[in-house]
Design a protein around this ligand. Structure first.
Ligand SMILES: [Fe+2]
Ligand SMILES: [Fe+2]
Length: 300
């Protein structure tokens, strides 16, 4: 596990009060004006298509939506936290003043995004970070890789992914205040991705570096092709141990393969930057842009 994961301080800590007097946070309404138990409807997760979900009581359905909402918020929270770390590394490694300046601004954007998520996520779950293989990989990549690789893997692919993710979240968000906060984040992420595309030098990669990029892109694809694992885990946890057949039926009904295929296409398109085609082709040759079967997914 990466050494440098951040933990959170109590809100009444003295340093927290200093942090909140910074001009970027001083006008922050905290907590959110309206308190919601969950921020996205069943349709956002495709749950309305599941006969299992529809047959549950309103109380049980809400419980599952709260857990889905918490999953989304925790994931976004820790990705923004990693974003601050990424920008800090890029500041240190920048060769031009203007590049360093950009990453200082970007770091500040990510800190604000983190604060936005704090408004809605009452308590971040440190176990979420420890248990997420994606977040662990992200931290490892940020700590170990050199700037050009990071531009490709984090600033272009993951920020581009984030842009798409936040767009979907803002479209179906039930809370107007959060919806407009998500749109603000989205605007920043678009600029971060654009800067990454502008600074990427595909010709600078050696054969060894390309091999590493292929491995890392393969790792991303391998995680995504597993499909809606978090939904399965939440449903299984809430309802107390479902059979394999029930899980497979659930995945079929929520169109897991179709959704996963779309996600893999998005990843492929983000990775297919001019000059990076051979990286994408190598991952394609490993058949990693194809979803796992529903049967395989329930066995993970
Ligand atoms: Fe961000
Ligand atoms: Fe960003």
């Amino acid at each position: 596990m990466p050494q440098n994961n951040l933990s959170d301080q109590a809100p009444d800590n003295k340093f927290n009060r200093i942090l909140h007097s910074h001009k970027n946070l001083i006008n922050f309404q905290f907590p959110a004006q309206e308190d919601y138990d969950f921020y996205w409807p069943a349709e956002h997760f495709g749950l309305e298509k599941s006969s299992l979900f529809r047959a549950l009581s309103l109380f049980e359905q809400e419980k599952i939506l709260i857990l889905h909402s918490n999953h989304v918020l925790n994931e976004a929270y820790f990705i923004e936290q990693a974003g601050m770390k990424f920008a800090a590394k890029m500041i240190l490694q920048a060769e031009l003043t203007e590049n360093a300046q950009f990453y200082c601004f970007m770091s500040s954007d990510e800190a604000v995004h983190l604060q936005i998520l704090k408004k809605y996520l009452k308590l971040s779950d440190s176990n979420f970070l420890k248990q997420s293989s994606f977040l662990q990989l992200l931290h490892q990549i940020i700590e170990e890789l050199e700037p050009q690789k990071l531009l490709y893997l984090v600033q272009i692919i993951l920020e581009g992914w984030g842009q798409n993710h936040y767009l979907k979240l803002s479209k179906s968000c039930l809370n107007q205040e959060f919806k407009s906060d998500l749109q603000k984040i989205l605007k920043d992420e678009a600029l971060h991705t654009l800067a990454g595309k502008t600074l990427l030098k595909p010709k600078s990669f050696s054969i060894e570096q390309k091999t590493d990029l292929i491995d890392k892109l393969s790792a991303y694809a391998s995680m995504i092709r597993k499909g809606e694992l978090s939904s399965i885990k939440i449903i299984d946890f809430s309802l107390g141990g479902l059979s394999k057949q029930t899980k497979i039926k659930f995945l079929e009904e929520i169109d897991n393969l179709k959704t996963t295929q779309k996600k893999l296409e998005l990843l492929m398109n983000l990775a297919a930057q001019t000059g990076m085609e051979e990286i994408v082709q190598s991952v394609c040759d490993r058949n990693l842009f194809e979803p796992c079967s529903n049967h395989e997914t329930v066995n993970f």
